[in-house]
Design a protein around this ligand. Structure first.
Ligand SMILES: Cc1cc2nc3c(=O)[nH]c(=O)nc-3n(C[C@H](O)[C@H](O)[C@H](O)COP(=O)(O)OP(=O)(O)OC[C@H]3O[C@@H](n4cnc5c(N)ncnc54)[C@H](O)[C@@H]3O)c2cc1C
Length: 356
């Protein structure tokens, strides 16, 4: 049986790695590598971290095939790719959480980290646009490693981290301020009108920000535009997420599953949950391939997890359903390696080895 997995993020990679043991697997992704997404910001300031958190798919996909291209359509029999291939499937699993404007090879990705790192080191002042988790974590990493640099965080909303409660957001705001990060709220920067040589930026309210270098940390689009004309187009919700049932099938179609951030499951979008989806769908595929009955399929129950935003290596804000923590105590319960070791092991790889 052929299983085609579209998207090689944490969800698709864990699924492909698991399913290759009992099926003919094809993984489709425009990138040759997998990266631990939440390690990106640390990788930008600490290059040795990048080498351990960016791994070529071929390292764990020993019995499967990788197609390095973007999927552009899905029919009832095939996935169509941007380079014109038709990839037939018996089962297809959609795991295209978000689209990344990324490079193709691991070498190019590491080079990009190096370039960003050099720009940070050479800059006296840095502007970060976007006060979601990416912008806040990046501002914190820079403020901690380079306390002499002037960091300005510009956010269009009335408060930082709008995906979590106001208490947690206020704690992150105070932490950044105490590290001399200037936070400009309810102001935006027109990124389309910026040129790479600009050093002066006007916000929407007319405030002037001087910065030698800037990072755009505005949210990435959900990776479902390729499904707009496909067989599952009727199962995209208003946000572009795929509606799944309790077995993680799309719209009840018997051979189409979805996992990870692309799904409409009502729970926080987290890598740790994307991994759970992947393991559940792997189990269901195994059962179906052995002729198992639909009523025996494993059911997914949405999880309640905490929301957590790192503030450098030791501190964090963590919000549970009723309570918010900040400082080094929640930081203590989060490994310094940001779970890269655990994730590498989940892919069946040696966490101590640097895969080239
Ligand atoms: C700053 C930040 C911090 C975070 N911290 C944590 C944390 O501490 N813990 C945690 O559990 N989660 C965390 N998350 C969330 C976590 O990163 C996501 O939930 C997780 O990455 C989702 O995985 P995914 O595989 O579903 O999607 P993605 O990681 O978005 O992967 C999607 C993959 O699909 C590919 N793709 C997209 N479109 C196509 C296409 N048309 N054809 C083929 N391939 C395609 C992409 O190239 C990519 O490889 C954090 C996120 C951010 C932004």
């Amino acid at each position: 049986m052929r299983v085609v997995v579209v998207g090689g993020g944490i969800a698709g990679s864990v699924l492909a790695k698991t399913v290759q043991q009992f099926a003919d697997v094809v993984l489709i992704d425009p990138k040759e590598f997998f990266e631990v997404p939440w390690a990106d910001l640390r990788s930008t300031v600490e290059l040795s971290f990048a080498e351990r958190s960016v791994i070529n798919h071929k390292e764990y996909l020993k019995n499967g095939r990788l197609i390095t291209s973007a999927a552009i359509d899905l029919t009832d029999k095939e996935v169509v790719t941007a380079d014109g291939c038709l990839i037939p499937y018996d089962y297809v699993v959609i795991a295209t959480g978000h689209t990344y404007n990324s490079v193709k090879t691991r070498r190019e990705r590491l080079q990009k980290f190096q370039e960003d790192n050099l720009k940070i080191r050479c800059a006296n002042s840095i502007m970060i646009v976007g006060g979601g988790p990416t912008g806040v974590e990046l501002a914190a990493e820079i403020a901690l490693d380079y306390p002499d640099k002037k960091v300005t965080l510009v956010h269009s909303g009335p408060r930082l981290l709008q995906f979590i409660g106001p208490k947690a957001a206020a704690k992150a705001f105070e932490w950044l301020k105490s590290r001399n990060v200037e936070v400009l709220l309810e102001q935006s920067i027109d990124l389309d009108s910026i040129s790479p040589t600009d050093r002066e930026f006007r916000t929407s309210t007319g405030e002037l920000v001087l910065a030698d270098y800037y990072f755009s940390c505005v949210g990435k689009p959900i990776g479902s535009s390729w499904l707009q004309e496909s067989i599952v187009k009727g199962y995209l919700d208003r946000k572009g997420r795929l509606m799944v049932d309790e077995n993680l099938r799309v719209g009840g179609l018997p051979n189409v599953f979805a996992i990870g951030d692309i799904t409409d499951i009502s729970e926080m979008k987290q890598g740790v949950l994307a991994q759970r989806h992947a393991l559940l769908v792997a189990k269901n595929l195994k059962l179906l391939m052995r002729g198992g009955n639909d009523c025996k399929l494993a059911r997914y129950r949405p999880s309640r997890t905490s929301a957590r935003v790192s503030l450098g290596r030791k501190d964090a804000v963590v919000q549970f359903s009723l309570i918010t923590f900040s400082g080094f105590v929640p930081g203590m319960f989060w490994p310094r390696d940001l779970f890269t070791v655990k994730t590498t092991k989940l892919l069946g790889l040696d966490s101590k080895q640097v895969y080239l």
